[in-house]
Write a protein that binds this ligand. Structure first.
Ligand code: MG
Length: 191
């Protein structure tokens, strides 16, 4: 029987974004040693897994395409992420990365890509591979592209937005302060 999933954006949700002086931006970790879990992320994932949700990460990783790091370094950062969250007792069902970027400079990784959010492509692949019920599934992300991806796949979105927003610019999504609160919303809705 199909089961529900929680789709997670990775950076800014489960993994801390990192400020790099050389790029002047807070962004996804470019190197494995920069990977840090968001406090409470592993506990939130554990609670959702215990409630029967498949745990699937869907992440855009455009830094290689933009010439900021190597593909190998991004892969080692992924392995570091799995090791850190695994040490907290969390086993993810699948992780999907989209390495292309529309404004990239690296040949073969630049231009439009099917698998990049806000496209729902990876969610449909995950549903096929893991036999997921998208209509009973959720997505937790920190960007409008995560919300748009979820809506395109028929998945309920939760937007992580830490500071209170006076005029909610994302009326199509529930909001949560962090991934722990997002997990609590999902578990409350299941009752
Ligand atoms: Mg993010």
């Amino acid at each position: 029987m199909s089961r529900p999933a929680v789709f997670f954006d990775r950076d800014g949700v489960l993994v801390e974004e990192v400020f790099y002086p050389e790029t002047g931006e807070k962004e996804a970790p470019l190197r494995p040693e920069d990977v840090r879990l968001v406090p409470g992320a592993a506990l939130a994932a554990s609670r959702l897994a215990a409630a029967g949700y498949a745990l699937v990460v869907v992440s855009n990783q455009g830094a290689y395409a933009k010439g900021k790091t190597t593909l190998r370094s991004l892969w080692l950062a992924h392995e570091r992420f799995l090791a850190l969250i695994g040490a907290e007792g969390v086993s993810l069902d699948r992780t999907f990365y989209a390495y292309g970027h529309p404004d990239g400079m690296v040949p073969h990784f630049s231009g439009p890509s099917l698998d990049r959010k806000p496209g729902p492509y990876q969610l449909f692949i995950a549903a096929a591979e893991l036999d997921l019920d998208l209509g009973q599934s959720w997505m937790i992300g920190d960007r409008q592209s995560d919300v748009d991806c979820a809506l395109a796949a028929g998945v309920r979105p939760i937007l992580i937005a830490p500071s209170p927003v006076r005029h909610n610019p994302h009326p199509t999504a529930c909001r949560a302060a962090d991934v722990g609160e997002a997990a609590a919303i999902i578990l409350d809705c299941k009752l």
